[in-house]
Design a protein around this ligand. Structure first.
Ligand code: CAA
Length: 258
């Protein structure tokens, strides 16, 4: 049987680990891999034991982009009818947080995939970029929209118009990644972060993610209204009662995820 294109593992502490598995082509994101990734993300999203996902690449890269070989000869009609990016929607629609643990190359669709996740942790050797301009196209899976929201207009323009990648350190300065770590501890650090999220009250985590994402979609007044409603709504959860009671009784909370 062929190797799965995405390896999925359920780890202790409520964490689901997904690994892109086409290392021979630097995890180039072809249609089959992205379909498999979408399915596995949906499975983990539905799994009540999992509270947070980690996504990383096998081999020497996170992902060097959409599969150029697969796309090169396509016509616009082929692209429209096959909708190569529609399966990618499952990643950013996932209600549970996803941490991208990025090492080596995160280029083109690879960086766009990482930006669909909620947090990016980078290894010191990571190179992040949108090189599509060098191929005669532009980013097509969110790069022109998510990158300027993450790093601002000037840096996004520079990256997209020159196609030159930036280092992990520069990505950290720009706020694109939340943490830079040594390559040998990348997975460990990402899992630590994931476990810390997975042990938090699940309904509040969902609401917090939704509220932060709303900041990118709505005017401030609507975002603030959404946040306030979500805050009030959480008083219906058992975990809010437990969390506040435990604080007052000076003991650790026992959250149920409800
Ligand atoms: N698609 C298909 N195959 C790819 C690939 C990609 N995006 N990136 C790398 N590969 C393949 C290479 O063809 C090579 O395969 P072979 O051994 O069969 O020749 C293998 O992966 C290893 O790559 P290299 O030999 O090129 O490795 P390198 O270390 O010399 O260079 C690299 C690494 C700089 C990342 C280089 O591979 C590269 O520039 N890759 C393409 C990056 C790119 O342009 N990405 C954007 C794609 S378009 C896109 O993503 C659109 C979108 O918005 C969704």
């Amino acid at each position: 049987m062929a190797e799965p294109l995405v390896l999925a593992e359920k780890l202790e502490g409520g964490v689901g680990l997904l690994r892109l598995n086409r290392p021979q082509v630097l995890n180039a994101l072809n249609t089959a891999l992205m379909k498999e990734l979408a399915e596995k993300v949906r499975e983990m999203e539905a799994d009540p034991e999992i509270g947070c996902l980690v996504l990383m690449g096998n081999g020497r890269a996170f992902a060097a982009g959409a599969d150029i070989q697969e796309m090169a000869e396509k016509s616009p009609v082929d692209m429209e009818l096959s909708e190569p990016f529609s399966s990618w929607d499952a990643i950013y629609r996932c209600k549970k947080p996803i941490i991208a643990a990025v090492h080596g190359y995160a280029l083109g669709g690879g960086l766009e995939l990482a930006m669909m996740c909620d947090i990016i942790v980078a290894a010191e050797d990571a190179k992040l970029g949108q090189p599509e301009i060098k191929l005669g196209v532009i980013p097509g899976a969110g790069g022109t929209q998510r990158l300027p929201r993450a790093v601002g207009k000037a840096a996004a323009m520079e990256m997209v118009l020159t196609g030159e990648p930036i280092s992990a350190e520069r990505a950290f300065q720009l706020g694109l990644v939340s943490k830079v770590v040594a390559p040998e501890v990348l997975l460990e650090e990402a899992l630590k972060l994931a476990r810390s999220i997975a042990e938090k009250p699940r309904v509040a985590v969902r609401m917090a993610k939704e509220a932060i994402l709303a900041a990118f979609e709505t005017p401030l007044s609507e975002g603030l209204r959404f946040e306030r409603r979500a805050f009030y709504f959480l008083f219906a959860s058992e975990d809010q009662k437990e969390g506040m009671k435990a604080f007052m009784e000076r003991r650790p909370p026992r959250f149920k995820g409800r």
